[in-house]
Design a protein around this ligand. Structure first.
Ligand SMILES: C[S@@+](CC[C@H](N)C(=O)[O-])C[C@H]1O[C@@H](n2cnc3c(N)ncnc32)[C@H](O)[C@@H]1O
Ligand code: SF4
Ligand code: SF4
Length: 316
């Protein structure tokens, strides 16, 4: 083997594929699925639904993704990026490099690869209840693994770590027990969001009607009153989620949804990004959408806080 045979020459920028044309719009914020791969198979996950670009393999190499993210940032004025997947920590080195391109970043992770240290940025760690209910959704042994990772990290490293639970009809009974379980953990807070179903979704995850979901929202509001510092939800935003008023923030076909102002970057064919209807994918049932961020953003707008970032700054 010759001396240079194993050395791959770095490609110049001009050799890298240019990003998909997403028009001339301005997007202060975007979300990128850095990989379609995931080591878990959660029962509620929107990523692996039939209608989404989600073939379970990486389709874009690191250099191409960094190049395209830089180009999209410059074209659309993207300041803030949310790194998701699949499981983004499967491509940790890429994520750490890509974070340097944006002013404000957050990573959403299942926590099974450890919690990344990203001073000045945010990490959202997903857990969907106490050990038994969480593992019924996320897989056997996941709760203890994630708990260990949270306790092993340096809590003074400057990373804001938030634990997030997605409430569904399947796990709502364990809401209060979950808060009791994690309330003394070394984290910056606890976030809640609700299930986003597909249009024909009649799975055990969905409430029969939004009135049933209202009872869970009310329980969350009561918890917020008891733990105002821990729980990162605004009572005003949760009130906007109630069945009688939720469509005011959503609009027909999601026409008023503020999350649609962010650019969702899914991995499409041949090293190019593809955008979906919203960050939850293509087949979504807006009238039953439980995304807290939708209502939190509407809440901030109603407060006159126009510059609030929908996703990365949306929880707090
Ligand atoms: C798709 S995951 C990707 C990041 C990482 N794999 C994780 O689980 O955190 C991002 C977040 O979306 C949540 N999520 C998945 N499916 C959902 C759905 N149908 N409705 C609402 N949230 C959902 C997950 O629980 C997780 O908190
Ligand atoms: S860990 Fe995240 S991406 Fe993977 S299946 Fe669960 S929710 Fe989906
Ligand atoms: S599903 Fe939710 S986040 Fe997506 S467009 Fe509809 S209301 Fe907005």
């Amino acid at each position: 083997m010759g001396a240079n045979a194993g050395v791959r020459k770095a490609r110049s920028e001009s050799e890298l594929r240019e990003p998909t044309d997403f028009g001339q719009g301005s997007y202060v914020e975007a979300q990128v699925l850095v990989t379609n791969s995931c080591n878990l198979k959660c029962s509620h996950c929107f990523v692996f639904r039939d209608d989404n670009p989600n073939s379970p393999r990486d389709k874009m190499d690191d250099a191409t993704m960094l190049h395209q993210l830089r180009r999209l940032r410059d074209k659309h004025g993207i300041r803030s990026m949310l790194f998701v997947g699949g499981e983004p920590m499967i491509r940790k080195e890429l994520v750490l490099k890509a974070m340097k391109l944006f002013e404000k970043c957050s990573i959403v992770t299942n926590g099974t690869y450890g919690i990344p240290s990203v001073p000045g940025h945010g990490v959202t760690v997903s857990l969907d209840g106490p050990e038994g209910p969480n593992d019924a959704i996320r897989g056997e042994g996941v709760f203890q693994k994630v708990k260990q990772a949270i306790f092993e990290r340096d809590p003074a490293d400057g990373t804001s770590v938030i634990v997030q639970m997605v409430l569904t009809k399947q796990n709502e009974a364990h809401l209060e027990a979950f808060v009791e379980e994690v309330k003394d953990w070394p984290i910056s807070g606890l976030a809640f969001t609700f299930y986003v179903p597909t249009r024909d979704d009649q799975s055990p995850l969905v409430w029969h009607d939004l009135g049933e979901r209202d009872r869970v929202v009310e329980r969350l509001i009561a918890l917020k009153r008891s733990y105002p510092g821990l729980i990162k939800s605004h009572i005003g935003a949760l009130e906007m989620m109630m069945s009688e008023v939720c469509m005011d923030s959503i609009g027909e076909n999601g026409g008023k949804c503020q999350l649609r102002k962010a650019l969702p970057l899914y991995m499409g064919e041949k090293s190019s990004f593809e955008r979906t209807f919203c960050c939850y994918g293509n087949d979504v049932d807006c009238p039953r959408c439980g995304s807290y961020m939708v209502f939190n953003q509407a809440y901030h707008l109603a407060q006159g806080n126009e510059g609030h970032l929908p996703i990365t700054g949306g929880r707090i």
